[in-house]
Each structure stands twice: as C-alpha cells, then as structure tokens.
Design a protein around this ligand. Structure first.
Ligand code: ZN
Length: 216
C-alpha cells in the first residue's frame, strides 16, 4: 500500500470511528454489533469498513480495513463479516457511505411488517427526500441470511430506489447516503420513523405463531 492510500484509510477510519461512537451512544451498536463503511475509491471500488469484533464506542482511526468490491480485505486486516453487503450497496446505489446498526426498533417493527413498512403524512419523511404529505413511503423488509450473497440478492430485489434504507428481519437496519454525514442523517430519520411506529403500535405476537395461540 502506498502512503497516500494509507492516509486515505486512516482519514476514513477517523470518520467511521466518530460516526460509530455517535451510534453506539444511541444504543444502536451494542456489544460489538453493527458496522460502518465509506467509499475511498470508486474505480476500482474500495471501501473503508470497520474491523470485525470491536466495541463500536471505542474505535480509533486505525480500526478500519480496506476492502474491494466483493468485501475482501485488500491489504490485510479482518473486515466485518458484512463487508460484502456494504460493497454491494455501494455498487448498487452509488452510495458513498453505508451504516448498519442492530437497533431494537428495526427488529421489533419488522417482526410484524414482513412485507415492508409503510409511512405517510409525516414531516420527518422529508429527511429521506420524500414528500411530507399524500404519499405512501415504503421501507422494504428482507429476510435475514448468514450468506452475504443471498442477503445481497434479497436487498437488490426488494430495494425501493426512493428509500435509502432496508430492514433485515430479526437483524437490523441498513441505510446509506452520498457521504457519511448523509448516511447518518438517513439512519437517524429512518430510526425515528421506526421508533414512532413502535410507539404507536406496540408489537404483538410474531406473525408465524398459529392464530389463536395465547388468546383467552
Ligand atoms: Zn448485522
């Protein structure tokens, strides 16, 4: 690796560490969960991704790993297991940064909205570039998988080009933007929407239970 790409990775690592500390402070990256990335080069595609297994509230500028368009480490290091999905989102959407958090609201709401979550008539929808009134805005939900290729296929098939986020059922949220700041704003707005949904409609039993179970 030459010194300029070293510097780029360190600078990206500092940005990702600051973003991760913010999300960790919100309780969205508990344990060592979640991961963040930002594009450092478009052609060939290269991303700085948070390293695997670290506390996201304690990252430093040296805790990012450079990966290629398949999510594989370019110069050593151990990227997050989900790096391949970050790279695929960057390829697919043209995003410059991707945020993945394991938030309670995303998991709780997706349990009973497996076909997607519909929002409407909310001022906050402007925060993801949608109209505040008279428009149904769909946040897609996809089934989880440990295979990043399968998960990527599902994301690509379900993606709403007008919504910069997807919820993975039983897992968490992916959101993206042109740069880390916009990806952060999209993440926070979508989380707000999910928390509102949760507050207005507390979850009942998961949908897969036989009907009638637990009835008096
Ligand atoms: Zn995850």
């Amino acid at each position: 690796m030459d010194s300029s790409s070293d510097l780029a990775l360190t600078e990206a690592g500092a940005v990702l560490a600051a973003e991760a500390a913010r999300f960790a402070s919100f309780g969205w990256m508990r344990g060592t969960s979640g991961n963040l990335s930002m594009v450092t080069s478009r052609d060939p595609l290269r991303l700085a991704v948070t390293a695997s297994g670290l506390d996201k509230g304690e990252l430093t500028s040296s805790d990012a790993v450079l990966v290629d368009d398949s999510g594989a480490a370019v110069n050593g290091g151990r990227p997050s297991a989900e790096a391949a999905l970050h790279a695929r989102i960057a390829r697919l959407t043209g995003a410059g940064a991707v945020v993945h958090v394991h938030s309670i609201a995303a998991v709780a709401v997706a349990r009973r909205r497996l076909d997607g979550i519909v929002f409407r008539d909310l001022e906050m929808l402007k925060g993801v570039g949608r109209a505040a009134h008279h428009e149904d805005v769909v946040l897609p939900v996809i089934e989880n998988s440990q295979d990043m290729a399968v998960l990527g296929d599902r994301l690509e098939a379900a993606r709403n080009p007008l919504m910069p986020a997807v919820v993975v059922a039983g897992h968490g949220l992916y959101a993206w933007g042109a740069d880390p700041r916009q990806a952060r704003h999209h993440t926070e707005v979508v989380e707000w929407l999910l928390e509102l949904e949760l507050a207005e409609h507390p979850p009942g039993p998961p949908r897969h239970r036989p009907s009638g179970q637990g009835q008096p």
